[in-house]
Write a protein that binds this ligand. Structure first.
Ligand SMILES: Cc1ncc(C[n+]2csc(CCOP(=O)(O)OP(=O)(O)O)c2C)c(N)n1
Ligand SMILES: [Mg+2]
Length: 560
């Protein structure tokens, strides 16, 4: 059996059914073998786009994505997308063609393992034809079970070799980690005594089972529920949902999180973004961190208590222990109106949350004028126009807070936030990956004009795939983040400002529907498009006001 054939048999047998890539000579045969075994192949126009598509796809599919690359420049082109995936702990298997061992003078030669390791990805290699299937299966399982981005080098000579089909090595599934009794008991005791507990769920809690377990435990101790940006949407629908903690937190969310007496991070790193550089954590707040990886605990700030364990199992174990903890009578219990009368929860607070937790409930001075629309007004109008069953994918830049704060999402799979590397230009491709993963939902790409033009080649991919997606560009004709970073100090800004580019015409040239928007009324064509849902994207070039930077940007600059 040819090695490429054996690889395709093994990987599709493990469940790999969607491959993104750009095909050259080095990955031609392996990609075709995967297609012959039933995998769907999605051709991107740039390897970085392919990487971001595979990354987003894997985040939403919940299983490893596959990325197929030509040797040398195919790999280096993909590096920014691979780095984002690696930093986000996306399970992703990169099939990276490589020159043969003896081809020391090949133009395509690079040190694939070194370059993969430099991005934070896990290097792997097909070492020989005879053991190629073992190598590939091991790489796939590391990606899946350890949530790693694995770059599997496929030397051309090994790919061209033959092997005897060895069968897929037996699975040794690792059971999710139970928490130790001691720390779980300490957490139960803390929650039993907590008056204003807040749960902060992160990427490690992005699942329906984790949500259910956390809600059960939160119900029993009266905790309020918040998430990091990476887990936005997890508690959607709960009356106790505070939405995102950190720079994107609404004033009411920030107030309530800041006043917590016990703050528990669940699969959440409690990094500078989620805690606003620590300002959201009260002086006297007891901080707990629960994580299935011991080295994640305390990485960003030392907690008072660390619990090593799977989020769902730990929440369930603590709920069981809490049920047997002696509980002090809580103030809320004297008021029959209070629901359920424990911890932070009261009828009055529930009403406050219902009317004031969303950013769009917070009054603001609309800066729209005849030619340009305030990005907040634009985003609130979009929130009303777009169907609730949506996936919002966000690129990086000054604009990024508007969609993150003013667009609601139906659940944790409604938000694709590729910000672990803070690269601009990945948003369109990650939206395409999202749309491929979830055709049942409307994908909304939200981009700055800078990021949109950086990743524009993938508009052709979106049109070719006939994806009915909405692409919103917050167009300020500038690298706004830099304008607002350096402008106030009087620096010259010519390097970060651009003449107007007619993005609607450019999108039209790719075959998209398109509209230029300067007011809420200009969104009418989008409304019509949403009713018709033609099999192609629509690009909304929103001419936004930009007289000042978004306030959360200041938060970001502190992280530079
Ligand atoms: C690949 C990459 N290059 C440069 C940067 C630095 N950078 C951060 S935000 C930004 C401007 C983005 O402009 P745009 O997409 O128009 O969004 P805006 O800030 O204007 O809202 C730049 C250049 C980056 N983060 N990533
Ligand atoms: Mg811009």
């Amino acid at each position: 059996m040819l090695v490429t054939e054996a690889l395709a048999t093994a990987l599709t047998g493990l469940g790999a059914d969607t491959v993104f890539g750009v095909v050259g000579s080095g990955n031609f045969h392996v990609t075709n073998a995967l297609i012959a075994h039933g995998a769907r192949y999605v051709a991107a126009r740039h390897e970085c786009g392919a990487a971001s598509m595979a990354d987003a796809w894997a985040r939403l599919a919940g299983r490893p994505g596959l990325l197929s690359l030509h040797q040398g420049p195919g790999i280096t082109n993909a590096l920014t997308g691979i780095t984002e995936a690696a930093k986000s702990r996306t399970p992703l298997l990169v099939l990276a063609a490589d020159v043969s061992a003896g081809a020391v003078t090949s133009n395509f030669r690079i040190d694939v393992a070194a370059i993969a390791a430099a991005t934070g990805a896990t290097p792997a290699r097909l070492h020989s034809a005879g053991f190629a299937v073992d190598d590939a299966v091991r790489a796939y399982r590391i990606a899946r079970d350890e949530r790693r981005t694995v770059v599997l080098a496929l030397p051309l000579d090994v790919q061209a070799g033959e092997c005897t089909w060895p069968g897929v090595p037996a699975e040794r599934p690792a059971a999710p980690l139970e928490p130790a009794a001691g720390p779980a008991g300490q957490l139960a005791a803390l929650l039993a005594g907590a008056v204003r507990p807040v749960f902060l769920a992160g990427r490690g809690a992005r699942s329906g089972s984790a949500r259910a377990a956390l809600e059960r435990l939160a119900d029993s101790c009266g905790a309020l529920l918040a998430t990091s940006a990476a887990a936005k949407g997890l508690f959607r629908g709960s009356p106790w949902d505070l939405d995102v903690s950190g720079g994107f937190a609404s004033p009411l969310a920030a107030e309530l999180i800041g006043a917590a007496d016990v703050l528990v991070g669940w699969g959440c790193s409690l990094n500078m973004w989620t805690t606003r550089h620590g300002h959201l954590v009260g002086q006297d707040t007891t901080v707990v961190q629960v994580d299935c990886e011991s080295d994640a605990i305390g990485r960003h700030r030392p907690p008072h208590l660390g619990v090593v364990g799977d989020v769902t199992l730990t929440a369930d174990a603590v709920a069981t222990l809490l049920a047997s903890e002696p509980r002090a009578p809580l103030a809320g219990q004297v008021d029959p109106e209070d629901l359920p009368g424990t911890g932070y929860r009261s009828a009055a607070l529930r009403d406050r949350l219902a009317t004031g937790i969303r950013w769009r409930d917070v009054p603001f001075d609309d800066t729209s004028d005849r030619d340009r629309i305030d990005p907040r007004s634009l985003t609130i109008a979009l929130d009303d126009v777009l169907p609730a069953e949506r996936i919002v994918a966000v690129d990086s830049g000054n604009f990024m807070g508007y969609p993150s704060m003013f667009l609601s999402v139906p659940d944790q799979d409604g938000f694709c936030f590729t910000q672990a590397y803070q690269s601009i230009g990945l948003g369109l491709a990650s939206a395409i990956g999202s749309a491929v993963a979830r055709p049942d939902r409307l994908t909304v790409a939200t981009l700055g004009d800078g990021g949109a033009l950086m990743g524009i080649s993938e508009l052709e991919t979106a049109v070719r795939l006939a994806l009915p997606m909405v692409i919103v560009v917050y167009d300020d004709q500038a690298y706004g983040a830099e304008v607002h970073h350096f402008g106030p100090d009087g620096h010259p800004l010519d390097t970060v400002r651009f003449p107007p580019a007619d993005l609607a015409a450019i999108a039209g040239g790719f075959g998209c529907d398109a509209v230029t928007v300067r007011s809420v009324a200009d969104l009418e064509p989008l409304r019509a498009w949403l009713e018709a849902r033609p099999p192609r994207p629509i690009l909304v070039d929103a001419q936004v006001t930009a007289d000042r930077g978004a306030w959360w940007l200041e938060e970001a600059f502190r992280g530079h």
